[in-house]
Design a protein around this ligand. Structure first.
Ligand SMILES: [Fe+2]
Length: 401
């Protein structure tokens, strides 16, 4: 196809699309100037910010029907069918404010919507595109614990607000979801897929005569993360309270990322040990033998804390030298003591109909010993982050009944 054949910007052909995906892009910024060079273009915007755009990325995201399928919006063009010597003959602003590029050596013409260009100029280097930034916390006063009431006539708004809090603070309570054993799945399956584990799709946290986990006893549970023994810990955990008439039995919560920051400041050697020394995480069960070797505090390449594996009771030996074993125990005990500090914990007593959500790779959870008399019954499950993130990016709960 040459430039005269493909002049698609003003075409009425229904196969012509403006955006190579289904996202809604909006910008008030206009393209002010375009310059091109051997590897792509520089666009300067009306607010005088300049972003760069690579030639291959632009070419493979052209919106003509030979490059992008107009229905699926997925690429039809094989990246290897783009010539190595792809270059730009001209790059200009059209009358409607889009960018027009003529490619060499094929004399092929492509148009790019300014809202799509602006969005990816702003967001290309980000890892959490379209998601809120996290805020670390030490505790909450009773009135500002992230809580949302599930309003019957504003269900989508309520659920999105609850998930937004979950991303920002790593925890959030949705109040008033009901008191039946169907309510947990009804809420979660409106936007996500429950992640099954060896404890089932949904597990019941209540006293059992012959428990397969300490969670199913009445004893105190120190702060921990669930399933540290797996390669991929479940990202989110959800606990629906059906009954909590027992004395005590409050849920304990602590921001592991905040604890790690404090540890780094106050006990840098302990922080270093927990970010460098591997330990075996090993479950204990008659019907499974899950194991994973990892650090307790996991950093990304920039040194940012991205995951906490706090397992006070499901650990095997330290995977290191004799000296490292000693250093690990000293550091881990320091970290556990820090997590026990009252001022770094939040304590809440869940009520019937509450759905507590928390980031299992960030927020540590536990509970006080459950008193005699009364009952405490929670139904719990896990979910990966993808569906939560997807709902937040779309601003929509896709499967609301
Ligand atoms: Fe747990």
């Amino acid at each position: 196809m040459n430039s005269s054949q493909s002049s698609n910007e003003n075409s009425k052909n229904k196969n012509v699309i403006k955006i190579p995906d289904f996202r809604k892009y909006i910008t008030k910024k206009k393209i002010k100037d375009i310059s091109f060079h051997s590897s792509g273009v520089h666009i300067t915007w009306s607010d005088d910010i300049t972003y760069s755009y690579n030639r291959f990325w632009l070419r493979e995201n052209a919106t003509d029907p030979e490059t992008t399928h107009p229905d699926s919006r997925e690429q039809l063009l094989n990246l290897l069918n783009i010539p190595d010597n792809l270059s730009i003959l001209s790059a200009e602003i059209t009358k409607s404010g889009s960018m027009r590029i003529v490619w060499a050596p094929l004399n092929y013409e492509s148009f790019y919507d300014p809202s799509w260009l602006r969005f990816w100029g702003e967001n290309r280097l980000k890892k959490n595109v379209g998601l809120p930034d996290t805020k670390l916390w030490k505790n909450f006063s009773s009135h500002d614990f992230p809580t949302v009431n599930l309003l019957e006539d504003k269900q989508e708004e309520s659920l999105l607000k609850w998930l937004h809090h979950l991303k920002v603070y790593g925890l959030s309570v949705l109040r008033g979801i009901g008191d039946t054993t169907k309510d947990l799945e009804k809420v979660l399956e409106a936007f996500g897929i429950i992640k099954e584990s060896n404890f089932g799709k949904v597990f019941n946290v209540k006293f059992e005569e012959e428990p397969i986990s300490n969670a199913y006893t009445n004893i105190e549970l120190p702060l921990h993360g669930d399933l540290c023994t797996r390669q991929f810990m479940p990202k989110y955990q959800f606990l629906h309270c059906l009954e909590n008439s027992s004395e005590a039995g409050e849920s304990l919560l602590a921001d592991g990322f905040m604890l790690a920051e404090i540890l780094k400041e106050t006990e840098p050697l302990a922080f270093k040990a927990l970010t460098e020394i591997n330990v075996h995480f090993i479950n204990k069960a008659e019907s499974s033998d899950y194991q994973w070797v990892e650090k307790v505090i996991i950093l990304d390449k920039s040194g940012k804390v991205v995951e906490i594996r706090m397992s006070p009771w499901l650990r095997g030996p330290v995977c290191g030298t004799e000296e490292e074993e000693e250093m690990f125990y000293k550091a881990f005990r320091t970290f556990m003591r820090l997590a026990q500090k009252n001022e770094l914990q939040e304590k809440i007593k869940l009520q019937t109909g509450d759905l507590l959500a928390f980031d299992n790779t960030r927020v540590l959870h536990g509970r006080n010993a459950i008193g005699k008399g009364g009952k405490r019954w929670l139904r719990g499950c896990y979910m990966d982050s993808d569906d939560v993130d997807s709902a937040l990016r779309m601003g929509r709960i896709p499967r609301l009944p």
